[in-house]
Unconditional design. Structure first.
Length: 328
């Protein structure tokens, strides 16, 4: 039987364009796909769903139903750390869907089926980075459709991709993941987002729009690292004002202390918190990787948290799919 391996990189979520119901479109994610770390699954046709990992089993069961196939034997080869701000849920869900589809010679249609897997109910960054990699911006959802209560799973479409740029290969994204409480997810995240959207100042959305159109998009298109970093840092700060009441500050502890420490380093720019954290990111270039890594490790020591530091290129493309035939 054919075995299909699907591998997808993590993503950073820089922020949203708007969280106020007073504007025409809600959310509108801004993010970057990374080469590392990665999730990897291998799928083979089967008569039932056979998966050891509980979450992967849930997604495989949904994928089998969506694609109307008998079953799948699926192995989770590599996993992304969960609930730290790297998009583990969406990347796993879409990798499973793509693996099951390819194992049966079908088109995955991840953008079409992501809502049925419970993905992209707010941000479309995870789906877009799975498809294309690079720097991505989505259009958000119509505000009249998405109020403080999002629709039921599957009852939405993935927001369209409105900007996508490959970033220079010599750029490096520094990611620091402290061993702290995980970021919000599920019902906890839904409740927090309802509070944020109810209180969001629409003037911040107007400021983010200016930063996006006049600073970030031109910097991404032209490959200007310093300008890119300054713009994503400013957008992250603006987003943090929206979240301050529900996460204990512009950045949640201990991300705030890490952001402060890294922001003072001259070889690192664009420091911010990915999604609900606790992962913190920054941007540097290949020639300053060692210095940036040392600064991140020192920042962890200063905050008193254990954790790990990784450095990744921006992803040039989306998920990879490889098929091997029956052997032996």
């Amino acid at each position: 039987m054919p075995a299909v391996t699907v591998s997808a990189g993590a993503r950073l979520h820089i922020g949203f364009q708007n969280l106020s119901l007073a504007r025409e479109r809600l959310y509108g994610g801004i993010g970057v796909g990374l080469e590392q770390p990665r999730v990897m699954v291998t799928a083979t046709p089967a008569e039932t769903v056979d998966v050891d990992d509980a979450l992967a089993h849930e997604y495989a069961t949904r994928a089998v139903e969506i694609l109307d196939v008998p079953g799948v034997a699926l192995t989770l080869e590599k996993r992304l750390p969960r609930h730290v701000g790297l998009g583990s849920g969406t990347q796993l869900a879409l990798a499973v869907l793509a693996g099951v589809a390819r194992a049966y010679g079908l088109e995955a249609a991840v953008r079409e089926h992501a809502p049925a897997l419970g993905r992209a109910g707010r941000s479309g960054v995870g789906v877009a980075s799975f498809e294309t990699g690079g720097f991505v911006v989505d259009a958000g959802h119509p505000t009249g459709r998405f109020t403080t209560e999002r629709p039921a799973d599957g009852d939405w479409t993935v927001p369209p991709l409105v900007a996508n740029h490959r970033l220079p290969r010599d750029w490096r994204f520094l990611v620091v993941v402290p061993e702290a409480d995980p970021g919000r997810s599920g019902a906890d995240e839904d409740a927090s987002m309802r509070t944020v959207v109810d209180r969001a100042d629409p003037a911040i959305a107007d400021e983010v729009a200016g930063l996006l159109t006049r600073r970030l998009l031109p910097a991404a298109a032209e490959g200007r690292l310093e300008a890119f970093g300054e713009a994503i840092s400013a957008i992250g700060q603006k987003n943090g004002v929206w979240y301050a009441d529900v996460q204990g500050g512009v950045f949640r502890p201990p991300a705030g202390a890490l952001v402060d420490s890294l922001s003072s380093n001259p070889v690192i720019t664009g420091v911010g918190q990915s999604s609900w954290g606790p992962a913190v990111y920054g941007v540097t270039d290949a020639s300053h990787t060692e210095e940036a890594t040392a600064a991140a490790e020192a920042a962890l020591q200063e905050t008193g948290f254990d954790g790990h530091v990784l450095v990744s290129r921006p992803a040039d493309s989306g998920a990879t799919r490889t098929t091997r035939g029956e052997t032996g």
